[in-house]
Ligand binder design. Sequence first.
Ligand SMILES: [Ca+2]
Ligand SMILES: [Ca+2]
Ligand SMILES: [Ca+2]
Ligand SMILES: [Ca+2]
Length: 357
Amino acid sequence: MRSLRLAVLLLFASIGLTSLAQTPCDWFDHNGDGFIGANTWLYVLSQYGTAGEMDVDDSGLVDLHDLLAFIPFFQSSCPVAWRDTTEGHVLGLALVEHAQHPAALQGLSGELPAGAITYRLYALLADPEDRVLALFGDDETPLLFETEAAFYGFGVGVGETTAVSDYEPAFDSFFPANAFSTWFSTGMEPGDFNGVVGHVSGDSGWAAAQGNAIAMDDAIGGAWFDSSSLPALNNGAVLLGQFTLTEASPFTGTVNLLAATEGGAAIEQVEGMGFASDELTVFGCMEEGALNFAPEATWQLAGSCQFPGDFDGDGELTVADFMALLAAFGCTDCLVADVDGDGVVSVGDVLLFLTWI
Ligand SMILES: [Ca+2]
Ligand SMILES: [Ca+2]
Ligand SMILES: [Ca+2]
Ligand SMILES: [Ca+2]
């Protein structure tokens, strides 16, 4: 019995622990300068789908599993330990109706027909410091978006997009449909040039998909990822993509996410989360008594309720709010600053506010 147990232990030591014995820096600081930097991105991506060195899980190929192992350590200084994992930080998904298109719109990649509809998909997160690092899929954990219509503007042709970083706002004034092309994101808002959302794919040919499905379900796998790693706080929701259907029709999908949690000290991987267009989320203020109470809202994000005098939405009246009230002096269309509710921001509001702080 003892010898059997010993044999099992030795087997584990020789197979399972080989890669764990190596630190993240052994794997990812490939040039030995003590920092896991942008050059490692190039190194990993240049080997993607090949039998390269960065095969962390020893599967024979540099694939999605190896990419997901690397991403949390981007911009880390050595030495650094493998991350702990958490649960419960990624609360779920929210599909939101973003725009309806009653009239056709001119587009670079073809006309957006009347009756089209644009949705946005969000990850709901528990902690303002949580960050979405990647959205991914392979044959074990497929990423799949399906509709009976077609996804407008998705692809690699002229005027088409696959990631939010492909979107070029300068075209919007000539081609208004450009603002509604279909793309994925990992928290970056369209037109925000501070970040970069990159993507990599295996051999599924997903980027050429022009039809009614976007799938990442091949053996190598693929991902969209944040390759800028700017620290950013979230308000409870992080943008995962925009999806324009050429006509109103059912829209469903399955998503897998890698997130950074505990202020970047841990990771959380959530697979197989679903969404559907017959279960839409409406963001808004759900507190009765707020200036902008929205009875139709189904999910409330941080800072989404407005109360008289509370400009920064932190629930308290402070000097910062007072300065904002002074800046709105004379305004006849400022609900938050018009604390006495007489329609104009005047001396009466200043005096009333001073009795509150
Ligand atoms: Ca390095
Ligand atoms: Ca591998
Ligand atoms: Ca305040
Ligand atoms: Ca007033």
